[in-house]
Design a protein around this ligand. Structure first.
Ligand code: ADP
Ligand code: MG
Length: 706
């Protein structure tokens, strides 16, 4: 180890955080900014000028030469356009370093090269980025230099959101408003805001970079399109939480240092289920900051890997037959004075509020299960969800034995008088049991699980942004809270109105609660009986974005307009089409230029060796070689036929005159099928062809030799 350091010393050293602002900004400016952050007020230009100046001075001390508005367009990754701090040269020939409040607050990148799903046609091509002062600016240092990154939202010139952050900030606002309404009804007069807190656990694979570079499929698509299973997979369960190899440990150490400097509280790291799979979890943070931090985490994991001769794979399913990667989105609602609305209370009265909030979550998830499912869909996640290693494609909520029992009592008798586990029953305000944080076994098969004081949404894909899932969670919850408040504010007897409401909600939405095994086939049957949507793929999920229920909810709360939703649906279809087309073309390329020639070479050698042996010794039995040659030749023919078919199908898809929805469905139904038909004979060949002849590293090479 090169040097020892104290984590507390380096933590946040490259962040323009509260401490730095207090130190460097004039008191008045600091207070103005704080007010902006806390109350969501607008910043005046004069204040912004002062902040920009200090931010620039600070960044230059950290070596920054450029600044960038760092934003999250709908590509799933971040984008940036760098500008240097230099001003126009002075008459002396020198330059000054300058950065104005205007430049801090607003940027104008050309929006036309980012996905806009048709918004571009209707509106102007120009777009602008606007500073999100609630997510602190940071200086990113690497071999290429240092840059001041300013987290921003990205909108079209007429105000339509073109990114992940704009709707997220909108959804946080409306959620807070509605949650505060409820808290006031329960007598809370202190809390000013309710903030969704999010902790996103990130799974990823690490493989050797040389091997990565030898696989075109990984390079172009992020996943292997061919590959036979090695003799040993993950069946021994010896990787999960296993000891971390030194090379990986050195990598993780570097990742942590980078993240800590950027104020990302990287906390937990361990090996995951699959060989070569790992996980990193930060400590939870305010929703928009957590979404930004997750992007920083993904960038850092990738960047640092290259320095260690490794490649980080963030795809949901880099290797077929091996556990895929996801992102657990831990979500809770916490007030500015630290009250977690998902924390069971100490008194029965608090428990009533908790139970109501819980039932509102059930309502929200039940009514918008299709939308929540959509928010966790991306092209790669289609390979993972429902695969008996990740949550099923059906949304349900896991509550745990104790809570489910309380709900059952409420539904059947109107009151809950006992609490499982024999905890003390409280009397007084209504007859609800006094239960405490339920630390029972967690159901790992549930897509949406209550885990004590937060919900864990486990469907999100590993390379996807957690932006959209949180927009959906925040807004469906705002809607449920709003409808509850509308009713309760009118109630004459608040206590019994709440009580009746809990019972009604629990009864109406009990179908969404499922504590059993989500991997079992019985659940699919049972869910069908309950009328829960079972949405198998991204293309099936996209329509949820534009249903009446979705549009009216988002419009009511001003989170998305109908046009924005339609544009997002369009973008997702387009992304699907492009991704599958690239995958198909990559397969065609690999099969025609690498695999088939290699197999022909091997078959020829085999044929020659049979001839040689028979010449040398006519009595020798060459039936084994002949059998092998026949097998190889048969698979070769199958592969060749499947290749031709894939080319035709993909070409048909590509040149099809149809809507993006129809096209995407054709890719899903036909092109993917043709891809699978090509993969099968190739994988069979890989199992029998001499390893020396195979033109690329095998699964075994990649996942066991890191
Ligand atoms: P797990 O059993 O899933 O590993 P952990 O306790 O390790 O659970 O937490 C996983 C993630 O959840 C971490 O990122 C953690 O910071 C986050 N988390 C913990 N409490 C909350 C909360 N109240 N709200 C949101 N996220 C939380
Ligand atoms: Mg988890």
């Amino acid at each position: 180890m090169e040097e020892y350091f104290n984590v507390a010393d380096i933590f946040g050293e490259n962040v323009f955080n509260d401490t730095v602002m207090q130190e460097r900004l004039p008191k008045k400016t600091y207070q103005k900014l704080k007010q902006t952050i806390l109350a969501g007020e607008e910043l005046d230009l004069e204040t912004a000028d002062v902040i920009a100046h200090e931010m620039k001075e600070w960044a230059i001390e950290k070596g920054a030469t450029h600044y960038t508005h760092w934003f999250q367009p709908l590509t799933g990754i971040t984008a940036e356009k760098h500008d240097s701090f230099i001003s126009a040269p002075l008459p002396s020939g020198k330059v000054l370093m300058s950065f104005s409040g205007k430049e801090l607050i607003k940027g104008e990148p050309d929006a036309s090269s980012f996905p806009s799903g048709g918004l571009r046609a209707t509106f102007e091509a120009r777009g602008y980025t606007a500073w999100d002062p609630t997510s602190p600016a940071f200086v990113r240092q690497d071999a290429a230099g240092a840059t001041l990154c300013i987290p921003t939202a990205f909108c079209s010139y007429t105000g339509e959101a073109l990114d992940q952050k704009t709707p997220l900030l909108r959804s946080m606002e409306v959620l807070s408003e509605q949650a505060i309404r409820l808290l006031r009804l329960f007598g809370n007069t202190n809390s000013k805001r309710v903030i969704p807190s999010v902790g996103a656990e990130q799974e990823y694979f690490l493989i050797d970079r040389e091997m990565y570079l030898a696989r075109k499929d990984l390079m172009y698509t992020g996943r292997t399109l061919f590959g036979a299973m090695p003799p040993k997979g993950q069946e021994m369960d010896d990787h999960y939480f296993g000891s971390i190899p030194e090379r990986i440990e050195a990598y993780m150490r570097d990742v942590n240092i980078e993240l800590w400097k950027l104020g990302v509280s990287s906390k937990t790291q361990h090996n995951e289920v699959a060989p070569a799979q790992h996980e990193l979890a930060p400590i939870y943070a305010q929703c928009n900051v957590a979404v930004d931090h997750n992007q920083i985490i993904m960038e850092t994991l990738r960047k640092v890997a290259n320095r260690h001769g490794l490649q980080c794979l963030l795809h949901e399913k880099p290797f077929a037959g091996v556990n895929g990667s996801g992102k657990h989105d831990n979500w809770s609602l916490v007030t500015d004075d630290g009250i977690n609305l998902f924390e069971p209370g100490k008194s029965p009265h608090e428990n009533i509020q908790f139970l109501l909030v819980l039932c509102l979550v059930l309502k929200a998830v039940d009514l918008h299960a299709d939308l929540l499912r959509e928010s966790a869909s991306d092209v790669g996640n289609d390979h993972r969800l429902g695969g008996n290693e990740a949550p099923p494609v059906i949304i349900s909520v896991y509550l745990g034995e104790q809570l489910e029992d309380v709900l059952r009592q409420l539904i059947s008798t109107g009151t809950a008088t006992k609490s499982k586990k024999g905890e003390k029953l409280a009397t007084g305000v209504k007859t609800l049991p006094d239960f405490r944080k339920d630390a029972t076994d967690r159901n790992r098969t549930s897509p949406f699980a209550f885990t004590g004081n937060k919900f864990e949404f486990r469907m999100v894909g590993s390379q996807d942004s957690v932006g959209e899932p949180n927009v959906v969670l925040n807004t469906i919850m705002a809607e449920a809270l709003c409808e509850a408040c509308d009713e309760l504010e009118k109630a004459k007897d608040f206590d019994s109105a709440v009580h009746d409401m809990i019972k009604k909600l629990a009864t109406e939405h009990q179908r969404i609660v499922f504590n059993g095994n989500g991997y079992g086939d019985e659940w699919i049957e049972e869910a069908k009986k309950r009328g829960l949507p079972s949405i198998n793929s991204l293309v099936e999920a996209i329509p949820a974005l534009t249903t009446d229920a979705t549009v009216s909810m988002f419009e009511k709360f001003g989170v998305f307009s109908k046009v924005e939703l339609e544009s997002r649906a369009e973008i997702e279809y387009e992304q699907y089409i492009k991704s599958i087309n690239i995958e198909a073309k990559t397969m065609i390329d690999m099969a025609s230029k690498q695999i088939i020639p290699a197999v022909i070479g091997y078959a020829t050698e085999l044929g020659l060796s049979i001839g040689t042996i028979q010449d040398a010794c006519p009595e020798a039995d060459v039936s084994t070689q002949k059998e092998l040659l026949i097998k190889v030749s048969n698979h070769l023919r199958e592969a060749k036929e499947a290749l031709v078919k894939l080319k035709e199908t993909n070409n048909k898809a590509y040149t099809m005159k149809a809507s993006s929805c129809e096209k995407a469905n054709f890719y899903h139904d036909e092109v993917i099928k043709a891809m699978e038909e090509l993969r099968a004979p190739v994988d069979a060949l890989e199992m029998i062809v001499d390893k020396e002849c195979w033109p690329m590293p095998s699964y075994g090479d990649m996942i066991f030799e890191v």
